[in-house]
Write a protein that binds this ligand. Structure first.
Ligand SMILES: N[C@@H](CCC(=O)N[C@@H](CS)C(=O)NCC(=O)O)C(=O)O
Length: 205
């Protein structure tokens, strides 16, 4: 079986895939990079991810980048973990919607809140529309629970859940009761707890 290697820096966005790998439950290695020392911009890592960003996942001969793509890949590659909605199941469309909603709507909305534009961009020109709509849509999506796809926890929860956790921690998202309840349920997952504990250890080292 080809080995899984996560190019990782703690704390950073690569904690998203770190959590996902814990959910998958297959053995993996961490290849640590120091962002402070600029290792992510040095030629050896640029050969892995020319974007110079963590994260990247190596699986045998294949390298995958972009958190949501990696989570989708892992969910499909290891179906035993039941983190994907399989091809042929009509609910897969909804699952894919949430996987893509993370990087195309939630993250840009958070980033624009963190780094406001000098001029308000026209709603029609913004892929995510506007911040409040993104919050309302997500609030509704996580209200019923326990997870985005109902009873089944999936890779989409890792992507959206990570965005909500991060945004709330940095006070860039409102403490809506639905968000608090949903991220509270996620925080109870042993896989997330393991990844977090390891990341805290790495950050302190
Ligand atoms: N779209 C990328 C975003 C990755 C990203 O922005 N990573 C940050 C860490 S949170 C990074 O590598 N920053 C270092 C830099 O750009 O120099 C993904 O989903 O993996």
């Amino acid at each position: 079986m080809a080995r899984l290697v996560l190019y990782h820096a703690a704390p950073s966005r690569s904690s998203i895939v770190h959590w996902m790998l814990e959910e998958v439950g297959e053995p993996y290695d961490l290849h640590l990079l120091s962002l402070q020392a600029g290792e992510n911009r040095a030629p050896p890592y640029l050969a892995v991810n020319p974007m110079g960003k963590v994260q990247a996942l190596r699986h045998g001969d294949v390298v995958i980048t972009e958190a949501a793509a990696i989570c989708a890949y892992l969910a499909d590659a290891f179906p035993r973990a039941k983190l994907s909605i399989p091809i042929g199941d009509p609910r897969r469309g909804i699952y894919l919607k949430w996987l893509f909603f993370g990087p195309s709507c939630l993250e840009p909305a958070i980033q624009d809140r963190a780094f406001p534009r000098r001029e308000q961009a026209p709603r029609a020109a913004m892929g995510y529309g506007e911040y409040d709509t993104v919050m309302d849509v997500l609030g509704q999506a996580v209200a019923a629970g326990p997870y985005l796809m109902g009873e089944q926890f999936t890779a989409a929860d890792v992507v959206i859940g990570s965005g909500l956790r991060w945004g709330m921690a940095f006070k860039l998202l409102p403490q809506r009761p639905e968000f608090v309840a949903y991220t509270g349920r996620l925080a109870e997952r042993p896989a997330l707890q393991r990844a977090q504990a390891k990341d805290q250890e790495l950050a302190a080292a």
